[in-house]
Write a protein that binds this ligand. Structure first.
Ligand SMILES: Nc1ncnc2c1ncn2[C@@H]1O[C@H](COP(=O)(O)OP(=O)(O)O)[C@@H](O)[C@H]1O
Ligand SMILES: [Mg+2]
Length: 260
């Protein structure tokens, strides 16, 4: 169950985004609450990626308002979004295969785990290894050798490192773009369990997926986009998988689009 009474972490009011004459988002209203998994569904071209780029500070909306913890805010750069605790895990993004697991874990945050001497920077590697190992195991990922390069890991393990990293560094809102797209069944189950664990730790999660069954398994609510608009936002209890499929395909719960 999502917590209906808490202030949403993120709230969008009437958000629109146009690229010239292409109106990708038209008056989007939605919210994400702490400790819930919100499934963001929609067919190709529905506007999902454009919308998460608005959350991530990549795109500036053409109109509308963004509220963070109930206060109006401007996410004008990815850095501004990150500073608020918004993390986006794009497919295969933010992981360098030829670096070790623990180096990937601290990627971009090396200054926080280093000692600076004149003309020299020394990484506290023992501490980095230990922290990475602990953070992974807190999410249920048991990798003893964090010196392994990420290239040696499976797709699901890579995804798990990105999720563990976001949780460890206090992300409040975690956005996962198609995390199970290239995974086996077994790996998918694991990644979905990491999503549940992030939720249990109070993180708000936005899960984008084409796979309705995966979404249905793990999401508390759904927001379905259809041609740049919200077709419907609903709690899982109040919708079936078939109705979700219909919403994605036709914008309504009915299976056939009505002739106009
Ligand atoms: N940078 C851009 N310039 C022009 N049109 C874009 C741009 N990004 C997305 N669009 C258009 O916006 C619409 C929504 O795309 P997108 O957000 O990628 O959908 P989804 O992720 O749901 O498949 C599409 O019509 C797409 O062509
Ligand atoms: Mg997309």
């Amino acid at each position: 169950m999502s917590n209906l009474r808490t202030t949403p972490l993120l709230e969008l009011k009437n958000i629109s985004k146009s690229f010239g004459r292409v109106h990708s988002l038209r008056g989007i209203n939605m919210d994400v609450r702490p400790g819930e998994v919100l499934g963001l569904l929609g067919d190709n071209g529905a506007g999902k990626s454009t919308l998460i780029k608005v959350f991530a500070g990549v795109h500036q909306p053409t109109g509308g308002q963004i509220l963070w913890n109930g206060e109006q805010t401007i996410l004008d750069t990815p850095r501004a979004a990150m500073a608020k605790g918004i993390s986006v895990v794009y497919q295969d993004l933010g992981i360098i295969p030829l670096l070790s697991i623990y180096r990937n874990f601290f990627l971009g945050r090396e200054e926080d785990v280093s000692v600076k001497l004149p003309g020299f920077m020394y990484l506290k590697k023992r501490e980095m290894r230990e922290t990475a190992r602990k953070a992974l195991s807190q999410l249920g990922i048991h990798i003893t050798d964090v010196d392994l390069t990420v290239a040696r890991l499976s797709g699901g393990e890579r995804q798990s490192i990105a999720i563990a990293r976001a949780v460890h560094f206090q992300s409040k809102l975690l956005i996962l773009d198609e995390p199970t797209a290239a995974l086996s069944l077994k790996e998918t189950a694991k990644v979905l369990s990491y999503v549940r664990e992030a939720k249990r730790q109070g993180v708000g999660v936005v899960l984008i997926t084409h796979n309705i069954a995966h979404a249905y398994e793990v999401c508390d609510r759904f927001t379905v986009l259809y041609h740049g608009r919200v077709a419907e936002t609903t709690e899982r209890e109040n919708v079936t998988e078939q109705e979700l499929a219909n919403l994605i395909n036709t914008g309504t719960r009915a299976s056939q689009k009505l002739a106009v």
